[in-house]
Structures are given as structure tokens and as C-alpha cells.
Write a protein that binds this ligand. Structure first.
Ligand code: CUA
Length: 164
């Protein structure tokens, strides 16, 4: 059987493309270290989070003032509340200040989304998600869990009170 020269060239080009595509995908997932989840805040033992024995700010979650222009908020998410955040325990931070949220989960995957802002992250047991925001305007912002986490997922939420 004879293979035409043009056919050989196109076969070669097609193979090259396929190898190129696979290499691109492989590089994207492994080589470049593309992350599918936000573990920007490091790792943590979820069991210790539950027991309050992490030796970190998660043992007594809440707002921690770093200085006049920077606050850190430790939040523990668990079925079906944010601590702080839910119910009569809102997160209270000043307006026009850098606010870093460090959020982790004591049980399953949750979401942490502040309505009307671009704060939106998954909360994964074993990992700390870190998001920094600045609230220009005082007011109450809604906080919602946007990852299905169980029977009362739709009720899991809270609020951020931004004070002048
Ligand atoms: Cu927590 Cu949905």
C-alpha cells in the first residue's frame, strides 16, 4: 500500500497536535500547579477545629484587630452555621478598612459568600480559605453558604455588620 506524501504530512501534523494538547493539559494541571481549590490560608486539622484545639485563631473565632487599618476575621463553618456570622452573632468590622477573612470548616464542604461583594470562596475541611476585602459603605451585608452541605444548607447564612 502506498501512502501519499501529503497524507504523511497531515498525519504527522495531526499527531503533533494531539501530543501538544495532552502536553498542554498535563502542564496546566501539574507543571503550572493550577489549583482547583483555594488553600491560600494553609492547612488545618478539621478535628482540632471542632475541638477548638488548633492553637490558632480558630479556637476562639471572631474579629482580631491587627492595627488601625487591618482586621482579621476567623470564621468556623459547620452544619449549619458560621461562627461568628450566624444569628445574633454577626461579624462586625469597620468600614474602609482592610479585612482578611480566614475561613475553615469543622465538618463538610461549605461556601462563604458575602452578598454584594466579590468575597466568594469554598470552605473545605482541612484547609483555610483566605479572602481580603474592604467595605467602603457601612451597612449590613448578607452572608450565605453557597455549597450544598446537607439538609439545612438553604438556611445556612449570616451577616456582616460594617460600622462607620
Ligand atoms: Cu453550609 Cu451549605
Amino acid at each position: 500500500m502506498q501512502v501519499h506524501n501529503f497524507e504523511k504530512i497531515w498525519l504527522g501534523a495531526a499527531l503533533l497536535l494531539i501530543v501538544g494538547f495532552i502536553a498542554t493539559v498535563a502542564y496546566g494541571t501539574v507543571g503550572a500547579g493550577v489549583k482547583m481549590v483555594d488553600d491560600s490560608g494553609g492547612e488545618i486539622d478539621p478535628q482540632a477545629v471542632q475541638q477548638g484545639s488548633t492553637g490558632t485563631g480558630f479556637d476562639d473565632p471572631g474579629v482580631v484587630k491587627q492595627n488601625d487599618s487591618h482586621y482579621v476575621v476567623y470564621v468556623v463553618a459547620q452544619q449549619f452555621q458560621f461562627d461568628p456570622g450566624t444569628g445574633d452573632n454577626p461579624i462586625r468590622v469597620p468600614a474602609d478598612t482592610r479585612v482578611t477573612f480566614r475561613v475553615t470548616s469543622a465538618d463538610v464542604v461549605h461556601g462563604f459568600s458575602i452578598v454584594e461583594t466579590n468575597v466568594n470562596t469554598m470552605v473545605i475541611p482541612g484547609q483555610v480559605s483566605e479572602v481580603t476585602a474592604r467595605f467602603d459603605n457601612p451597612g449590613t451585608y448578607g452572608l450565605v453558604c453557597h455549597e450544598y452541605c446537607g439538609a439545612a444548607h438553604h438556611e445556612m447564612g449570616g451577616s456582616i455588620e460594617v460600622v462607620p
